[in-house]
Design a protein around this ligand. Structure first.
Ligand SMILES: [Zn+2]
Length: 301
């Protein structure tokens, strides 16, 4: 695969990955990047357990954690080839920290379901943004990380992923920044700096709770559909085209049919959903069939 980015200094963030070619939505940016170092969720939890929750972001905690995990990480490093060792040691470490553990906790990424933490040679160099233009995916089966574009990325734009889960991405900025302090940085992405972003994300959470709640059945279909459209527009305003976005789009497809919305609207949602499924869920034949059937239905009826 042709390399689509270079690692260069990025203002305020040390190094970051910047696109060297135009990357289209859905395209892979990086594939099958294996972990060089890994810490298990159990060991991490065992260490955390000794610390009261409110101290788990403190400088004292961070230093103790680095000290505790330095030896096991050094043992793993010795197992790597010399070029791999050099690649690890060349990674950036948060200010004030020393040693391999400092590098690890500045750069590690969560594996599936955030069980373990891994440091990958290349994936770990992508910075986090709460308005990510790419998505980081971990495959436990292949034991490797991959990154793909969630929207069109022009040449020269920094490629960013979000380090946490969908739930964390939609959480209030204060909570998000606390979660991100695991890596020892203050997030200053567009979403964390924009005034309206917190409001938009709060409304997405509220609308999702309503649309998924049991009381929604009391609402006429037309109103349910209108809530689903509002939620989708909020996702678009936040430029969140991955986490939860497809679900929001699928709700528009389904509720526009149920509410007997104008055919042009139904077709719009159905075509958007089909395109998204083709880009990001190409392996799910049943889903593709389902989306294609919705497009057909919006043409025929
Ligand atoms: Zn942010």
């Amino acid at each position: 695969m042709q390399c689509r980015f270079q690692i260069v200094p990025v203002a305020g963030k040390g190094l970051g990955a910047v696109a060297t070619v135009a990357i289209a939505q859905g395209e892979w940016v990086l594939r099958d990047d294996p972990p060089l170092l890994r810490l298990g969720a159990t060991e991490m939890a065992r260490f955390d357990h000794r610390w009261p929750c409110e101290l788990r972001r403190s400088e004292e905690y961070i230093r103790a954690r680095e000290k505790h995990f330095e030896a096991p990480l050094q043992a793993q490093l010795r197992e790597l080839s010399v070029p791999q060792q050099q690649a690890v040691l060349a990674l950036h470490s948060r200010q004030g920290s020393e040693g391999l553990a400092g590098i690890f906790f500045t750069n590690a990424l969560p594996t599936e379901q955030e069980e373990d933490w891994v440091l990958c040679e290349t994936a770990s160099r992508f910075n986090s943004s709460c308005q990510q233009n790419a998505v980081y995916q971990w495959s436990e089966r292949q034991s490797s990380a991959s990154i793909r574009a969630v929207w069109d990325i022009p040449v020269g734009e920094e490629i960013s992923v979000f380090y946490g889960s969908t739930e964390q991405l939609l959480s209030p900025g204060v909570q998000r920044r606390e979660f991100l302090s695991f890596w020892g940085f203050d997030c200053c992405c567009p979403a964390c700096s924009a005034r309206g972003s917190d409001d938009n994300r709060r409304r997405i959470r509220e609308l999702s709770a309503r649309l998924d709640g049991t009381e929604i059945v009391q609402l006429p279909m037309v109103e349910r559909y209108s809530l689903a459209v509002t939620r989708l527009q909020l996702y678009q305003a936040e430029k969140l085209f991955f986490a939860g976005y497809f679900r929001a789009l699928a709700a528009c497809v389904q509720l526009s049919q149920a509410a007997d919305a104008p055919l042009a609207e139904r077709r719009l949602w159905a075509e958007m959903a089909l395109r998204h499924a083709q880009l990001f869920h190409a392996e799910d034949a049943a889903l593709l069939d389902h989306c294609a059937a919705a497009v057909e239905a919006s043409r025929d009826s």
